[in-house]
Design a protein around this ligand. Structure first.
Ligand SMILES: NC(=O)c1ccc[n+]([C@@H]2O[C@H](COP(=O)([O-])OP(=O)(O)OC[C@H]3O[C@@H](n4cnc5c(N)ncnc54)[C@H](O)[C@@H]3O)[C@@H](O)[C@H]2O)c1
Length: 432
């Protein structure tokens, strides 16, 4: 369903009218395309406090020379250790924030909170409130995110993603990157070459976009969906040069059947399949509760356990699960769905350190907000409009936005990103 309001505000009368009425002003977002893969313009590096970070190691093309309309600004605030030094955050960004280009990026770099130093922890936590507030006021399709890191090289894939059009709908996020050593891929344009990726629920919607993006990045994709969606799954697989696997993910032996279908193992497992069966709790029969918990959470736990136990995920593997902002913020009529998606976040946070230590596999989640799919096109008009506008970018996201975020987490150089739940929601007002 096309976003007519976004098209209308792009016209001169539309802009005039919506400004006069004080209505939201969504800006068309610059997304990745093969002919325009990067941001056009300078990437300015600013510093607050005394930093020990070697950002040159991450090879991000940053410049300290003043730029008239920078496409991106990176503020290295890892050296901010007390409230006084926070003034340098203001001093660095206040003069340049207005000049950042439309659809530009601001990335604040922070340090991990030091539990032994409450002044450092206060100043570093302050960066989160700063980032989220700036994200809400900056407008013009510009995003603001915070990355906590200790080693710029380990964060190169993350910074590359956040400083690109691929992260168009990711704003107001805090991502932690560990100190693990990472290996950059041989071919940066096809980072997943030689790897196998299985995406559940990939016959349509977000899953189809994820399969398409992982195939673009070089992966051999396996398109899993229920047998009833077999024809669509085969169509997607054929288009992407992959294979289709007809399987209901709630089957008790789904993990074993995936392992049997992929005897050489797999590198990327994307748990995308999900359903909604909305009702308020007072009207919700047990079948609706059980169906949602089974598809969205129990089957994710079962198949993950079975595939890890079978050693089917090769070292360097990636698991990306799908949460939802409804699971983080709660949503009326979705006690079953909210519970299932919050459960996904719990699974990710608890399993991540163990899966990395024991199997060399990272575990992360994407948490989509309002994404334009068949699922959201069926939502009644007023609720759909509220979902679209109630975020800092004042519009819905596209399946490709979730897909690009998944591709970053699946990237071979993202081995230091683990246990993160990253919202792809345009900084939704829900539970922000
Ligand atoms: N669209 C949104 O705005 C939104 C927001 C937040 C989270 N999500 C989550 O993103 C994921 C994809 O959503 P979507 O909008 O593309 O949904 P969709 O309904 O368009 O697609 C879901 C796919 O999963 C498949 N599926 C369902 N049950 C399955 C099972 N038991 N075994 C195998 N496959 C099964 C379906 O056949 C379908 O192809 C879901 O987990 C959803 O909860 C979506």
């Amino acid at each position: 369903m096309a976003d007519r309001y976004l098209s209308f505000t792009g016209t001169a009368p539309g802009r005039f009218l919506t400004r006069r009425l004080g209505l939201p002003q969504p800006a068309p977002l610059r997304r990745w395309s093969p002919d325009r893969p990067g941001l056009d313009g300078e990437r300015l590096l600013l510093t607050a406090g005394k930093s020990d970070l070697d950002l040159a190691a991450a090879d991000l093309g940053l410049t300290t020379a003043p730029a008239e309309h920078p496409a991106a600004v990176v503020l290295d605030a890892t050296g901010v250790r007390d409230v006084d030094t926070l003034a340098e955050v203001h001093a660095a960004l206040h003069p340049v924030v207005r000049s950042v280009a439309a659809s530009g990026r601001i990335v604040v770099l922070g340090a991990p909170l030091d539990p032994a130093d409450h002044h450092q922890a206060a100043a570093q936590q302050a960066l989160e409130g700063f980032t989220r507030s700036l994200g809400k006021e900056i407008g013009r399709g510009r995003t603001v995110n915070l990355v906590r890191l200790t080693d710029a090289r380990a964060a190169a894939s993350t910074l590359g993603f956040l400083l690109s059009p691929k992260s168009a709908y990711v704003s107001g996020q805090v991502v932690e990157v560990g100190p693990q050593e990472v290996t950059p891929p041989d071919d940066p344009d096809r980072p997943l070459a030689g790897r196998t990726a299985l995406v559940t629920g990939a016959a349509r919607g977000i899953g189809e976009a994820v399969a398409e993006t992982l195939a673009r990045d070089g992966a051999r994709v396996v398109v899993l969906d229920v047998p009833q969606a077999g024809q669509d799954a085969r169509r997607v697989a054929d288009r992407l040069g992959g294979t289709a696997l007809a399987l209901d993910i709630t089957a008790p032996d789904a993990g074993e059947r995936i392992a049997a279908a992929l005897p050489d193992g797999l590198d990327v497992l994307v748990h995308n399949a999900g359903i909604t069966r909305d009702r308020r709790l007072v009207n919700m029969p047990a079948e609706r509760w059980n169906a949602v918990l089974d598809v969205n959470l129990a089957s994710v736990l079962r198949t993950t356990d079975a595939l890890l136990a079978a050693g089917a995920l090769r070292a360097g593997g990636r698991i990306v699960a799908t949460a939802s902002i409804a699971g983080l913020a709660g949503n009326a009529g979705q006690t079953n769905y909210g519970a299932s998606k919050a459960g996904v976040a719990g699974l990710v946070r608890a399993l991540a350190p163990r899966a990395l230590a024991e199997h060399g596999v990272t575990v992360n989640a994407v948490a989509p907000g309002f994404i334009e799919t068949k699922m959201t096109a069926a939502v009644p008009l007023f609720i759909r409009e509220a979902g679209r506008r109630m975020n800092s970018l004042a519009q819905g996201g596209l399946p490709s936005d979730v897909a690009e975020t998944t591709a970053w987490l699946a990237h071979p150089a993202s081995g230091a990103v683990n246990g993160q739940v990253v919202r792809v929601c345009g900084q939704s007002l829900l539970g922000a």
